[in-house]
Design a protein around this ligand. Sequence first.
Ligand SMILES: [Cu+2]
Length: 505
Amino acid sequence: MTGLTRRQLLASGAAGAAGAGIAALAGCSGASVTGVSEPEAFDTPLPIPPLADSRMVDGIRTFTLTAQEGSWQFQSGQQATTWGFDGPYGGPTLRAAVGERVAVEVTNELPEATSTHWHGMHLPAEMDGGPHQMIEPGDTWRAEWVVQQAPGTLWYHPHPHGATERHVYRGLAGMFQLVPAPGSEAAAIEEQLPHTYGVDDVPVVIADKSFDEAGELVIDDGGNEVGLLGDVVTVNGVAGARLEVTTGLVRLRILNASTARTYSLGLPEQEMVIIASDGGLLRAPLKVTQVRLSPGERAEVLVALEPGQDVRLHSFAPDLGQVAAPFAVGANDAFDVLALVAAEELTASAEVPEQLASFGLDAGAVSVRRRFELQGRQINGARMDMARIDETVQVGSTELWTVRNLDLFPHNFHVHDVQFEVHAIDGAPPPPELAGRKDTVYTEPHRDYELLLTFTDYTDSQWPYMYHCHLLRHEDEGLMGQFVVVTPGQEADPSLISGADREHE
Ligand SMILES: [Cu+2]
């Protein structure tokens, strides 16, 4: 198999069709127009979240996490009160292999109830960590499941209804990386990709923050319609971060953990290569100049560096579609995010395989179509009701969901339990960077996003999964719905959640 050479990876200019399209769409703003204040220097070493320890208990890879309060320095000379897992801010990176049985025991040492959701994970609804699996202060909640999906970069974060924005913003978020089963075809591909954690395989968790005069975090939406757009952009918890690179090729696993801001990330004068979207590897590497990530979305990108090179991962003004007031929703903001500084001598990397993965849902198998219209804080004219099951899905079925943003400001759409495929946007095939496995997709105003979804393995007529906008203010205020996956002939049973709801009030 012939791979992409370093020269090809480094080539700039003649972008592929996808990259050129994105670049053209985003090229409208001057770099000076920004609601973000860039750090004076990018000289803080990028913190790498530790890999979480686990222990094998009766064949179960068992992790523990503790949600706790702390104090964290986002930028020099400033300390803020924060929340984190196993530390003051963020959380360790959990890693498990496809096929493993895993358990996570989450203890809540916060002063209020929270939950821990495994974003992107295919698992039983009762283990999902959504708003029905609340963990009271002092309690421990245990989730257990078998990893049955493609390897990929997932994440975990709180999901308490009405308080998700605040809990995530204070710092509760970490990565959950799924690696290939040993000996699998995917493992052979992984071997050829940069895969040394923290060295050439680096978590990049981006979140914007806003501070008051005392240096404490504030959630101030400035009157805009999407929620908080912070003026300080952090990576792994720090502003002005710098990653020292020692290999010729580095893999960045980028997560947009912001509550509302969408980024369009790239290198100013150099292409990069997308290898994975939310739920795992793309079919083939894709050269681009930028990748747009709305809240909750992930992309894995490869960046080739020359010895001594010093480049900035930049967020270009993101193309948010036909929004009414671009400046008010961050569409004009452009700023540097992270410095990548290559050593004078770089370790050579393997060539990137031309084919990465094969997969595909069958549009011909669609048995049910549903339509979801997002408007204000409602889906199809209804706000989230914890006691109501909105949709009932039959296990094993393939469905086509059409999602449309009826507003002139941003929304996106996240579905629990599955990795879906974007089948079409306004009837046309999606751009290649959206043609992989996705669990969250940005929905430009007034466009039809057709999603293919297959619901497998787990049924439960009582515990629902969620679908919602991942702009967390919108989600908290009602832009969310609930679905159950049932066996043929079974009906949804809301008695459990309506009872649980009353108990909580
Ligand atoms: Cu929204």
